[in-house]
Design a protein around this ligand. Structure first.
Ligand code: FAD
Length: 539
């Protein structure tokens, strides 16, 4: 197949679907290329079925790249799963649907660090354009956009009690909209879900797009960007043809190639294309087109699961419970299957915090695998009703790398987030665990708690927890930063998202974040898609 388009967008994930749609709306001819398959399955689109998908390896294999980290030296040599969506909608098709913009300070910090045009006031319109917020438009929130955003509803008594206990213990206020004026406080999670449908960027931006100039190719894996005389002219693709057969093709871009293949995919494609650290490329026999720090600055959020047996959490992690939920959803609707599994959230400041919250608390009324989620099958989940709290480190100091294991594009990259290598990260997680213990001992909730299941009484104090932390800390699946945006030699892309030293090539996805946002990363990734379209179309 030979094809030429104005723009070739690589990766139909959270950012890529947004970008491709917006470019096509301008009248340009756009090809969006995705390695995974279509997303029209209830497994993806019915929010609660994420619980089933993550527990059944056969299903997970169909929608996930199946990556793991390299052995983590500060985490007992563990290989920690690096789940990443391989399907239309990308990770936004398999994620928890929590909708969090981050702290406005994050974007002002990006701007102060050399990313002109990415301060909060600059990106606000891109956030607003994307969303259809249930309370309607305000100066800070958007209405009428493609992504429906609703508050979680019908909270279990356990989650309600957690919010009250957090307010009393941490001295924070109830916050009705952490995506509004202030982030601090305790309240109800917002989700990209409406009437039992997941609003991934594929659902919001691609479903029924009706644009004849937008071509979406699925089952097509991009091996490299074709670079001639310092300019990206197109991409080399391998398309699955069924029954194990494949066809190779080149798709040319008359204007630009834009990588939106995510924090692992975009740097891997750049490295395979000869854009990256020169010595590393030469080691793999790859000709160097631009010597750039591609794959550096990998960082991620971490948490430690803390599970409390509570009848008021109501849900049970058993096969019959799941089955009855699914049947009730299909016959009556409005069950837990129609919503995210997360209910309550807190943004609080530990003793290490500056002037914005540095700890996020996720609460879900379900038991959780323990001691960690490393096993491909979640083998140890208590069957009783339980509330799990995830104290989450939102500004990790540890920085890792992504590198090639091989010049073979089908080989998984070496993903080394260097978890917990900066001792401040473990200290903050320990502060978070201690805070959660205090919260759960507060009188507004303590009477309903039957037992701390995890970490549990075997780890009674900070010293014991510190020893156990490397065995329990795990990822929230928010990797960012491997194609850092900036204006200095640490940058892979400039603030217009252009790859330094190569014409006609940009990156637009979570990999460009110079530093991670304070909260779940899906909304910021979709914002990056919106903002990139603006930058490209005004160029
Ligand atoms: C299990 C899980 C739960 C999460 N929960 C939440 C949550 O509740 N809330 C939240 O805000 N965030 C959550 N996240 C994180 C969030 O989903 C991601 O930060 C976001 O989706 C990243 O968007 P992206 O566009 O950078 O990459 P992705 O959405 O990962 O998209 C990249 C796309 O590129 C494709 N691709 C990669 N390589 C190639 C190639 N060589 N050729 C062709 N296509 C390629 C991939 O298949 C994928 O479709 C979660 C993530 C996971 C994995």
């Amino acid at each position: 197949m030979e094809r030429t388009a104005d723009y070739v967008v690589v990766g139909a994930g959270s950012a890529g679907c947004v970008l491709a749609r917006r470019l096509a709306e301008s009248g340009a001819d756009v090809v969006l290329v995705e390695a995974g398959g279509p997303d029209r399955t209830p497994l993806v689109r019915k929010p609660g079925l994420i619980a089933v998908f993550h527990n059944v390896p056969r299903l997970k294999k169909k929608l996930d790249w199946g990556f793991s980290s390299t052995p983590q030296k500060s985490a007992l040599g563990r290989r920690i799963p690096q789940t990443k969506g391989r399907v239309l909608g990308g990770s936004g098709s398999i994620n928890g649907m929590l909708f969090v913009r981050g702290n406005r300070r994050n974007f002002d910090d990006w701007a102060a660090d050399g990313c002109a045009g990415w301060g909060h006031d600059d990106v606000l319109d891109s956030f607003k354009r994307m969303e259809n917020w249930e309370d309607g438009a305000t100066a800070l929130r958007g209405a009428g956009g493609p992504i429906r955003v609703t508050r979680q509803r019908d909270l279990t008594p356990a989650s309600e009690a957690f919010i009250e206990a957090l307010i009393e213990t941490a001295g924070v206020k109830r916050n009705d909209d952490y995506n509004g004026e202030v982030q601090d406080g305790a309240g109800i999670f917002q989700q990209s879900v409406h009437e039992g449908l997941r609003y991934s960027s594929s659902v919001g931006y691609l479903d029924g797009h009706g644009l004849p100039n937008l071509t979406v190719l699925t089952g097509a894996t991009v091996e490299r960007v074709v670079v001639r005389d310092g300019r990206a002219t197109g991409i080399d693709v391998v398309a699955e043809k069924g029954r194990g057969t494949a066809r190779r093709a080149t798709i040319r871009a008359s204007r630009e190639v834009i990588l939106a293949a995510g924090t692992f995919g975009s740097p891997q494609i750049l490295l395979l294309s000869g854009v990256g650290p020169a010595a590393h490329l030469r080691e793999h026999g790859i000709d160097v087109h631009a010597d750039l720090p591609v794959g550096d600055n990998l960082h991620d959020h971490m948490f430690v699961p803390m599970t409390y047996v509570m009848d008021t959490a109501r849900h049970r992690g058993t096969a019959p419970y799941f089955a009855s939920g699914v049947v009730r959803e299909w016959t009556k609707g409005g069950t837990w299957v129609a919503r995210s599994v997360f209910e309550a959230v807190g943004f609080v400041r530990t003793g290490q915090a500056g002037d914005i919250p540095d700890l996020q608390l996720h609460a879900l009324p379900w038991s959780y695998p323990f001691p960690n989620q490393d096993a491909p099958v979640r083998h140890k989940v208590d069957k009783r009703s339980a509330l799990t709290i995830m104290p989450t480190l939102i500004y990790p100091k540890s920085r890792g790398t992504l590198r090639l294991a091989s010049a073979d594009p089908s080989a998984a990259p070496l993903i080394d987030p260097a978890y917990l290598t900066d001792p401040d990260d473990a200290r903050l997680l320990l502060d978070g665990i201690e805070l959660v213990r205090d919260v759960m001992a507060n009188k507004t909730i303590a009477g309903d708690v039957k037992e701390e299941l995890s970490p549990g009484p075997g780890f009674p104090d900070r010293a014991a927890l510190a020893k156990e932390l490397p065995n329990r800390a795990t990822t929230v699946y928010h990797p960012v930063g491997t194609c850092r945006m900036g204006a200095d030699e640490r940058a892979v892309v400039d603030p217009e998202l252009r790859v330094r030293g190569i014409e006609g090539l940009r990156v637009a996805d979570a990999s460009i974040m110079p530093s991670i946002t304070g909260g779940n990363t899906n909304a910021p990734s979709m914002m990056i898609g919106e903002h990139a379209a603006k930058l490209i179309l005004r160029a």
